[in-house]
Design a protein around this ligand. Structure first.
Ligand SMILES: [Zn+2]
Length: 192
């Protein structure tokens, strides 16, 4: 898609309220609860290998659930620098694993996506504009809800824009169901 003028190009940044919560049955509570990322790793040495988990806690009673990251890995393979970051509960490393939907799903977790804000210039539907949507971490957020939130329009108004062919996306996704698909997903949307 061609961008005709510099001023017609807008960047929206998705800012999440935090990492996704995990929904699990809590034995202590006797019901399904949200488990929140504690921001801490657990590193267990077993003979000559390490097990590493990211710890989650039931939001209601603090019962823990561990999301497995490494199983029986040798410290040599992991490397001293990375091991130190696990021991120090390095914040960026916590976020890397807490935002890793594929890892959480592999560990059998049901995920509750966090709230988010769309930071960036508001646009008018009266002009043609290309919009790039970016986020530091990839979460499968629906593109339609990002657009409706930021444009402050109803589902009906959004459907009308689609029906009248006024929104285009360079990925060819169906804008009714399409979701962000990677960490640095770039979308160009055009209102005309
Ligand atoms: Zn609980």
């Amino acid at each position: 898609m061609l961008i005709s003028k510099k001023e017609d190009f807008v960047i929206w940044t998705i800012q999440y309220s935090g990492p996704p919560a995990v929904l699990r049955h809590c034995k202590k509570c006797g019901r399904k609860r949200e488990y929140i990322c504690s921001g801490e790793f657990r590193v267990n040495a077993q003979q000559k290998t390490l097990d590493i988990w990211l710890i989650y806690k039931c939001a209601h009673c603090n019962t823990t659930w561990n999301s497995r990251i490494f199983s029986r890995i040798s410290p040599q393979r992991l490397g001293a620098a990375l091991l130190e970051r696990f021991h120090a509960n390095d914040e960026a490393l916590v976020m890397q694993y807490a935002m890793d939907i594929a890892l959480l799903q592999k560990n059998g977790a049901e995920i509750k996506l966090p709230d988010y804000q769309v930071i960036g210039e508001d646009v008018s539907l009266e002009r043609t504009v290309s919009i790039k949507i970016q986020s530091q971490y990839f979460l499968p957020i629906k593109i339609s809800s990002i657009l409706r939130t930021k444009l402050n329009i109803s589902q009906r108004e959004f459907n009308m824009l689609l029906l009248n062919d006024r929104i285009h996306i360079n990925t060819g996704q169906d804008l009714r169901k399409g979701k962000l698909t990677s960490t640095d997903t770039i979308f160009f949307l055009k209102f005309s």
